[in-house]
Design a protein around this ligand. Structure first.
Ligand code: RIB
Length: 305
């Protein structure tokens, strides 16, 4: 199955410390690592690890970070032929702090990701229209995201919109997508309802349906997710684990969800599978290196193909 992913490519600069520094404070950290990240790139790696042919459309700069950002992608078999190398900007970076509770805070400098244009998208429209599904997030310019969805929509290609990072989007974005998968923070931003329990998750889903979304998955972290089609609703139970690094868990979820949905056309089963994948990811460091293999997810979700 072929999946096109249009989105961000970053280098993640990850610092681990017991607690976040206060404003103006200098604090000694425990460890520092540089790994490849970016929501689009992470989702492409997740698709590839789950067995899809993944084509990533995005942008990097003409600097040494570009090599780090692209390093793992080729190794995982992600098609990088449509990645634009911008001479004008640095490769995007995400400065990530993970504290002693494994909570993270991320400061993103989008850099070259902001140079990806609607024109670039039009030049690789075929890579989208010849795919079986499109994955998009919100870490690049919104008109580029919209153009990607339009190309897929015109070609009848199913679209998964992961509305991350949290920000407002026009209703037409929600209506173009076949699946919308906000986490609690993103759902709160989009609906003004914080899904702290099932009742509020239902309310948030209903608001998203009212704004045009067809199939909604409210991700509730360790509490699982709520799957809502507007007429049917299902609760997918969470999997209790001890997290060490939740960075990229949502990306892992998105890639695994679309991979399993393409195999089964069953959104609830796809969410169970994605939940299992994300629960394995959070137990490992690295947004991409921490994504489990297909075999591991099959064993964990007890739903092998
Ligand atoms: O979703 C996680 C990703 O968000 C990180 O890899 C970081 O690059 C930020 O873009």
């Amino acid at each position: 199955m072929k999946v096109a992913i249009v989105g961000s490519i970053m280098v993640d600069l990850v610092t681990r410390c017991q607690r976040y520094p206060e404003r103006g404070e200098t604090l000694s950290a425990e460890a520092f690592t540089i790994v490849s990240g970016g929501k689009g790139a992470n989702q492409a790696v997740a698709c590839a690890k789950m067995g899809c042919e993944a084509t990533l459309i995005g942008a990097v700069g003409a600097d040494p970070f570009a090599e780090i950002a692209l390093g793992l992608l080729g190794g995982f078999g992600v098609n990088v032929r449509h990645i634009f190398h911008s001479a004008a900007s640095a490769t995007g970076t995400a400065s990530i702090v993970i504290d002693g509770t494994s909570e993270n805070t991320i400061l993103v400098a989008r850099g070259a990701n902001n140079d990806l244009s609607v024109g670039h998208l039009d030049r690789c429209a075929e890579a989208i229209s010849k795919s079986d599904a499109l994955l998009v997030q919100l870490e690049i310019h919104l008109p580029v995201v919209e153009r990607a969805m339009q190309i897929a929509h015109e070609a009848g290609i199913p679209i998964l919109l992961d509305p991350a990072p949290a920000q407002q989007i026009p209703d037409r974005f929600l209506a173009l997508a076949d699946f919308v998968t906000p986490n609690a923070q993103e759902a709160k931003t989009l609906t003004k309802v914080e899904p702290i329990d099932l009742a509020t998750a239902r309310q948030a889903a209903a608001i998203l349906h009212g704004r045009g979304a067809r199939q909604v998955v409210i991700k509730r972290g360790p509490a699982g997710c709520l799957v809502s089609t507007g007429v049917r609703e299902e609760v997918v139970e969470g999997i209790a684990v001890l997290p060490v690094d939740t960075v990229g868990a949502g990306d892992c979820f998105a890639g695994a969800l679309i991979a399993r949905w393409l195999e089964t056309r069953d959104l609830v089963e796809a969410c169970r599978f994605a939940n299992a994948a994300a629960s394995l990811k959070v137990q490992r460091p690295g947004a991409q290196s921490g994504i489990p293999s297909r075999e591991e997810v099959d064993a964990h979700s007890q739903s092998p193909s």
